[in-house]
Ligand binder design. Structure first.
Ligand code: 13P
Length: 258
C-alpha cells in the first residue's frame, strides 16, 4: 500500500495572525496542482490559527491545519494552556506533540506526550508525534533504541485503528535549525526502526500504513534525497516553511514520490 506523502510546515514562534493568513494564501495559490498527491499541513502559532483557518478555508486550498501543542484536559484552571476542543473549534485536524523544543525547553515528558496523543485521538485530531535523538545519544550509538523507546512510550496501549492515524516525525535534535542533516540512508535506518516498533506494538498492517516524516534542516535542495528512501514519507519543515516559494517547492518535490 502506497503511503501518501505529507509535507508539514512547523512555523514555530513566527508569524502574526495577519502574516500567517498571507503566507497561507500564497501557499494555496502555489500548491493547487499537488493537492491530490500530497497532504499539506501547516502549523501556525495558536494566535494565528483562526486567521490561517479562514485563509485556507475560503478559497478551497486543500491545506490541513495543525497546532504545535495542546493540553490533554478538556478545560480547567491551566493558565496559558489550550485544549483539544479549542483546537477542533478552530478547524485543526492535526496537532504536533512532543517536539524536541517542548521536551527540551518546556518540560514535556514521555508521560505528557502520551496523554496528549490520547486526548487528540479521542477527539478526532490526528497527532504528529515528534521523536529524535541528541548528538550525545547518536555518538553513543543508542539512537535506534532511544527513538524506539520514545515511540513506545507515546503510543503503547492505544487501539491499533488509532495508531494508524498517527504521523511520526523523526527529527534528530542536532539537525534542527543547524543546517546539518543525517545521510538520507541513516535517516531511513532510524525510520525503519520506528516502523518496526509500530509493527511490534500494533502489527504489520498498521506499520505499513503509518507515515514517518523526516525533520531537521529539510529544504528544497535536500528533500528529494530523503523522499527517495523507502521509509521516509515526507517532511516536517521548520525554517523553509516560512516562505511560500520554498515550502511549495518542497510540496512539488514530494508529489514526485506518490
Ligand atoms: P528546521 O527545518 O528549521 O531545522 O526545523 C525542523 C523542525 O524542528 C520542524 O519541527
Amino acid at each position: 500500500m502506497a503511503r501518501k506523502p505529507m509535507i508539514a510546515g512547523n512555523w514555530k514562534m513566527y508569524k502574526t495572525a495577519e502574516e500567517g493568513a498571507e503566507l497561507a494564501q500564497g501557499l494555496g495559490e502555489r500548491i493547487r496542482l499537488h493537492w491530490d498527491d500530497v497532504d499539506v499541513v501547516i502549523c501556525p502559532p495558536f494566535t494565528a490559527l483562526k486567521s490561517v483557518s479562514a485563509a485556507i478555508g475560503s478559497g478551497g486550498p486543500n491545506i490541513g491545519l495543525a497546532a504545535q501543542n495542546v493540553h490533554w484536559e478538556e478545560k480547567g484552571a491551566f493558565t496559558g494552556e489550550v485544549s483539544v476542543p479549542m483546537l477542533a473549534d478552530l478547524g485543526c485536524s492535526w496537532c504536533i506533540v512532543g517536539h524536541s523544543e517542548r521536551r527540551g525547553m518546556f518540560g514535556e515528558t514521555d508521560e505528557s506526550v502520551a496523554r496528549k496523543v490520547r486526548a487528540l485521538l479521542a477527539a478526532g485530531i490526528d497527532p504528529i508525534l515528534c521523536v529524535g535523538e541528541s548528538l550525545e545519544t547518536r555518538d553513543s550509538g543508542a539512537t535506534d533504541s532511544f527513538v524506539r523507546g520514545q515511540v513506545r512510550a507515546a503510543l503503547e496501549g492505544i487501539p491499533a485503528d488509532d495508531a494508524a492515524r498517527v504521523v511520526i516525525a523523526y527529527e534528530p535534535i542536532w539537525a534542527i535549525g543547524t543546517g546539518l542533516t543525517p545521510d538520507a540512508e541513516a535517516a531511513n535506518d532510524v525510520c525503519r526502526a520506528i516502523r518496526a516498533m509500530i509493527g511490534t506494538l500494533f502489527g504489520q498492517s498498521v506499520a505499513i500504513q503509518v507515515r514517518i516524516l523526516y525533520g531537521g534542516s529539510a529544504k528544497p535542495e535536500n528533500l528529494g534525497q530523503f523522499m527517495a528512501e523507502p521509509n521516509v514519507d515526507g517532511a516536517l519543515v521548520g525554517g523553509a516553511a516560512l516562505d511560500a516559494a520554498s515550502f511549495s517547492a518542497m510540496v512539488e518535490t514530494a508529489s514526485l514520490y506518490l
